[in-house]
Design a protein around this ligand. Sequence first.
Ligand SMILES: C[S@@+](CC[C@H](N)C(=O)[O-])C[C@H]1O[C@@H](n2cnc3c(N)ncnc32)[C@H](O)[C@@H]1O
Length: 278
Amino acid sequence: MSGQDPSLRELLSRAVPGSGEDLAGRVDLVGAGPGDPGLLTLHAVAALQRAEVVLHDRLIPQEVLDLAKPDAERVYVGKARARHHYKQEELNALMVARAREGHYVVRLKGGDPFVFGRGGEEAEALAAEGIPVRIIPGITAAGGCAAYAGIPLTHRDHAYRCQFVTAHRRNGGTELDWAALVQPQQTVVVYMGLHGLDKVCTEMVEAGAPSAMPAALVERGTLAAQRVVTGTLGDLPGRVAGLEIQSPALLIVGEVVRLRQAAGCEPVAGEGEADAGA
Ligand SMILES: C[S@@+](CC[C@H](N)C(=O)[O-])C[C@H]1O[C@@H](n2cnc3c(N)ncnc32)[C@H](O)[C@@H]1O
């Protein structure tokens, strides 16, 4: 990064990992944010620039991987739905092996490593093998998608609470605490809910949410291809049908969705957005 603004260079030199730090044999679990490279933290950039091995998820853009040194080993360890490239145990073993070889390993994860990202499990596995591990947080999909879609997750008049839930449980189940999800004055963000969208919307209505409750599906949030489909619990599945929405997608449910236009927020990523909603 020659020719860089000196104050930016200075900030990067003070980022974690520090420029004088001995990184041999350590693993950092680094959050890459939800997609837009502009959402990387300086710590994440510094870690990538110094990495000797980068083990990355599916949704990490090439420009982000290009921040690593040309000779850094890059391994795609992501998981497409129902098509696991690496089992979790294999990935853990690979991190341990590369660290034991004396490399500085960056495990680059979408969003934040500790939010539905198995970061806790990976940190436990590394610690159990005596490998030093640090967590570099990232912007969550919830934060990034909501901001780029112009939906405030909380609002003093509409939501004093926000719940993040996953529709995909370890055992493959999709049972959630529906009664907790339909409390008034809250926002619910459902991760990994694309394939269970129908079920989530139906169960929420059956548990007592108004079928007119606003809901939005954000596809490929923060990326140029972002699409936002808005509707209600009652009609969102029908609106989404036929649009060939791709993963990753995030469901946001709550009165705050109505504020999307009212808040007048412009999407940062802009051009690719096709608002398919009402
Ligand atoms: C395994 S979780 C990872 C979550 C991540 N660690 C975080 O902090 O946001 C993957 C799910 O996050 C959501 N997601 C991640 N990136 C997204 C994006 N750019 N747009 C929409 N949803 C996204 C989707 O629900 C996807 O199925």
